[in-house]
Design a protein around this ligand. Structure first.
Ligand SMILES: NC(=O)c1ccc[n+]([C@@H]2O[C@H](COP(=O)([O-])OP(=O)(O)OC[C@H]3O[C@@H](n4cnc5c(N)ncnc54)[C@H](OP(=O)(O)O)[C@@H]3O)[C@@H](O)[C@H]2O)c1
Length: 322
């Protein structure tokens, strides 16, 4: 039995935690605040994946203080990209220096983590799972079941093999990228096309893949992003990005867009983590871009003007989960 630490008991964090617990492992959640920890400890949570499953509080530990949690075998970092620096400060007080799997979208977190923890302690990962919250103690897993890991990394092979086995026991399908750049840029390519367009148009992923103007824009973005990576000499793990963009949209068809959820809640979005690095790379390698900068400008405008704030993003009704 392994002990897994999860920083950030949000959508992704609770899905991972619930699956580890079901596979018979021990889970410690590190929460952002005493209130968040208290609520989780008091109420537990429901997860629909797609069948309902209640995760009772007696099965896991949770605290907002890393020092009061158990030593763990691996830590899974499940906070938003811009929350990584704060999470790192707490991470230092964890009773042992376990390796960390970072599951953030985008690139912004990666340099910070490598610099602060060292390349032997941090592994880049990504998930194709779509997860959203129905209410404060119910999360919906709307599709996608892969965790992508890099074949080549500085983390000791034995530790990586353990993690690999525990993830598989927890029901994840593992997919391999050649190395960390291929993984991070490949996932960024998919996110940079799908998430911003869905948020601006206020459409679910599935609608973007249906024949029509939005699908044409989606594919234009995917072509631009692929060209940028090609010019920079980066080979993304997805061999056919255009096809993969459409496939991800279909597989997570009912997933409410996470950028849109943040915009409607007036929260900071991950736009800078997802689109900015791609645009900087385009500038550096003189790649012609038209659609992606427009998406960036629109999202920045929406974030600052707050015109979507207070709106509702419909979450799928439970009966319609795949
Ligand atoms: N959701 C998806 O479908 C999905 C899919 C693939 C990848 N991802 C990536 O996974 C990451 C997490 O996404 P998410 O949807 O799970 O976000 P989320 O629901 O907002 O979860 C983040 C959680 O971390 C907590 N947190 C913030 N700062 C913390 C700290 N210093 N210490 C401990 N906990 C802290 C947050 O608390 P508060 O809410 O109180 O701030 C929240 O509960 C993102 O980078 C996202 O791009 C998400």
């Amino acid at each position: 039995m392994a002990t897994l630490g999860i920083i950030g008991p949000g959508n992704v964090g609770r899905l991972l935690g619930a699956r580890f617990l079901r596979a018979g492992h021990r889970v410690c959640f590190l929460a952002r605040s005493p209130q968040q920890a208290r609520q989780l400890k008091k109420r537990g949570f429901w997860i629909y994946s797609p069948r309902p499953h209640f995760v009772a509080p007696r099965f896991f530990s949770v605290s907002h203080r890393a020092s009061s949690l158990y030593p763990v075998d691996w830590i899974l970092l499940c906070v938003k990209s811009h929350q990584v620096p704060a999470a790192l400060r707490v991470l230092r007080t964890w009773p042992n220096a376990a390796p960390v799997l970072a599951l953030q979208n985008g690139m912004a977190h990666w340099k910070i983590l490598q610099k602060q923890l060292g390349p032997k302690r941090v592994l880049a990962g990504a998930t194709t799972a779509g997860v959203c919250s129905k209410n404060s103690n119910t999360i919906l897993h709307t599709g996608g079941n892969e965790i992508i890991l890099p074949k080549k990394s500085a983390v000791p092979g034995r530790k990586k093999k353990d993690l690999q086995a525990w993830l598989q026991q927890a029901g994840w399908r593992l997919r391999w990228a050649k190395d960390e750049p291929s993984l991070l840029w490949g996932k960024l390519l998919l996110n940079a096309c799908i998430n911003p367009l869905g948020a601006i148009a206020r459409k679910e992923n599935g609608e973007l893949a249906r024949p029509g103007p939005l699908r044409e824009i989606l594919l234009l973005c995917a072509r631009e992003a692929s060209l940028i990576l090609r010019k920079a000499g980066i080979v993304p793990f997805c061999k056919n990005p255009l096809q993969e963009v459409l496939e991800v949209c279909r597989k997570t068809g009912r997933n409410p867009n996470s950028l849109l959820q943040d915009l409607t809640r007036g929260k900071r979005t991950e736009t800078d983590a997802i689109l900015k690095p791609l645009l900087q790379l385009a500038r550096k390698h003189r790649a012609p871009v038209f659609c992606l900068p427009q998406l960036y400008d629109w999202l920045s405008f929406l974030q600052h003007s707050k015109i979507y704030a207070g709106g509702r993003v419909p979450t799928p009704s439970i009966g319609r989960l795949p």
